[in-house]
Write a protein that binds this ligand. Sequence first.
Ligand code: UDP
Ligand code: MG
Length: 325
Amino acid sequence: ALLSVGCPAFNEEETLGGFAAEVEAVMRALAQPFEIVFVNDGSRDATLARMMSIRAARGNVTIVDLSRNFGKEIATTAGLDHAKGDAVVVMDADLQDPPELIAAMIDGWREGYDVVYARRRKRRGDGPVKRLTAALFYRLMKRIGSVDMPENVGDFRLMSRKAVDAVCALRERHRFMKGIFAWIGFPSKAVDYDRAPRSAGQTKWNYWRLINLSIEGITSSTIAPLRISTYLGFATALAAFLFGAYFVAKTLLHGDPVAGFPTLIVVMLFLGGVQLMVLGVIGEYLGRVFNETKARPLYFATSVMPSAPSALENAPRANPRTMDG
Ligand code: UDP
Ligand code: MG
């Protein structure tokens, strides 16, 4: 059975050589036929040249060169689209996803699981703030989401052909991969590992992007915020009613001195704020409807360089040429 290793890469010239070498070492130890599917996500450095020299050194490398930077989620999908394997492993180029884990994933696959995902035991590369925000996000998703999203699980996973086809069948533009992976279901199993810090290069996730990713994650997998807006509206109306009743009672008991200007301004700003916030929530969903109705293709590829079929038939040779170009 052929295994594909899908790897999205954006400005990863420093990490690709080591990545390919490590993946190959693991596959050789397992005597597992494999291909690597590199997706160049509009890199502005020598990433594509790196991929091509790795591909030239061995035949079992597919390169999907996207026409611009589409983001990791779409790049990952492009990799799945072009993977030929009976199972596909998705992993990052920066070696934060240890290739050694693929062995355990293949074991799970042979046991009959369609999805074997890697679960981080601890987040060594992340600071305390990132850990806390991540924990809060998962707690929120568990509360309001309709499917269970396993905690401390990234994109690093093995999927059977069945699961890959399921993921590829979901062509929504707003792709929150964690949500999509959770939504397709299938018998799944976790393997635990320690996440290492990046081997080289810079992470592309600053806090602003993480906040936006969280909003994306929530709005693309649940409409709970709309429901919450409704409740918020009811709560505000109820509060206004009680407030009104209080004023009626107060006027009847104590007469009618002029109500304070501060109270007025606070109430007005509060109501205005709530309205704008709820409008924003509706707008988020409306924007998504807009994007989805355009029904554009997810990405365009400048070129696709397939792996050589002859290179996929056999397990890696005992002593092949090195893969880092
Ligand atoms: N990546 C990508 N397109 C992007 C951003 C990232 O293909 O627009 C790739 C990147 O090259 C890497 C993976 O996604 O292989 C994870 O990126 P990163 O290491 O920056 O994220 P983190 O590990 O911090 O989650
Ligand atoms: Mg990383």
